[in-house]
Write a protein that binds this ligand. Structure first.
Ligand code: IPE
Ligand code: IPE
Ligand code: MG
Length: 269
């Protein structure tokens, strides 16, 4: 059952986590990625293939996001970061940018109670300048409302870019060094990590992109240094929790070595 897209700011009725009735596969304990990052891509193509305008694809992507959040909780994922608007997306037509700003604001507004009900903690990662004040207000409202929730941390990456995140971190560090508050020798990987938009965000374990594109498009560059990448052909509006579970399944077949190596003599080496 696909809920119809909403075009207003009213609250929507609550759904139980398993409203679709599909249950996740039994994943081995400890084998589920703690942090999944998703590039929600393919909305425009989904709409254009149906003879619709691109914004209809964005609208259709809303229920995919809710379904994937529910599926992440069912699977035992504790951190989910989703790319909703990149610092490069300002280059789209003024109409599409305007739509995306209003849409992000409205999705946060009408879905925050549902997310709160599911014990989801909402966070925002992104750059303040240029972002609509009303979007920042909704992000902050959702952050405040859900700050004590612990089942899943959902980081909404809005006006986010991996490179500007590093630029902003480096500027803060440079300011502290110039003012004598920080020694250059104290600049470590750990310190840089603490200067990012969400300082306590764990490293990404699984990086998923929908729509068949195989690139990062500047998403969570620092945080994904050792992520496993899974690219699925499905366009975002057709994406569901079952696609997320397939990505987790592929993740579990990978051998994460983190630069280490061990002898495993035999035909499977
Ligand atoms: C992703 O879908 C949503 C955003 C970037 C906001 P696209 O709008 O990029 O859709 P395609 O990739 O053009 O199909
Ligand atoms: C990445 O998708 C940004 C989001 C999903 C928000 P894009 O569609 O903007 O990326 P490119 O242009 O294909 O690299
Ligand atoms: Mg795209």
């Amino acid at each position: 059952m696909t809920p119809k897209p909403y075009t207003h700011r009213d609250a929507v009725p609550y759904r139980p986590l398993d409203w679709t009735g599909v249950q996740p596969p039994v994943f081995a304990p400890g084998s589920v990625p703690a942090h999944v990052a998703i590039v929600m891509d393919g909305n425009g193509r989904w709409a254009n293939r149906r003879g619709l305008s691109r914004v209809e694809g964005h609208k259709a992507g809303e229920s995919a996001l809710l379904d994937v959040v529910a599926g992440a909780i069912q699977a035992g994922v504790t951190h989910l970061s989703v790319y909703a608007f990149s610092t490069e997306n300002w280059s789209r037509s003024p109409d599409e940018v305007r739509f995306l700003m209003g849409f992000n604001r409205d999705v946060l507004h009408r879905r925050r109670d549902q997310l709160n009900e599911w014990d989801v903690r909402v966070r925002w990662a992104g750059r303040r300048p240029r972002l609509w004040g009303s979007v920042v207000k909704e992000l902050q409202h959702a952050e405040r409302l859900t700050q004590h929730n612990r089942t899943l941390t959902l980081t909404m990456c809005v006006n986010y870019g991996g490179r500007v995140e590093l630029v902003d971190a480096m500027r803060g560090i440079a300011d502290d060094v110039a003012a004598g508050r920080l020694k250059p020798s104290a600049v470590t990987e750990k310190l840089i990590g603490r200067r990012l938009y969400v300082p306590d965000m764990p490293d990404v374990d699984l990086f998923v992109r929908s729509s068949g594109e195989q690139r990062t498009s500047n998403f969570l560059l620092w945080e994904s240094a050792y992520a496993e990448y899974v690219f699925l052909d499905t366009l975002w509006p057709d994406f569901s929790r079952e696609h997320l579970w397939r990505a987790i399944d592929l993740y579990q077949s990978r051998d994460r070595r983190f630069g280490g190596a061990v002898d495993k003599p035999g035909p499977t080496a």
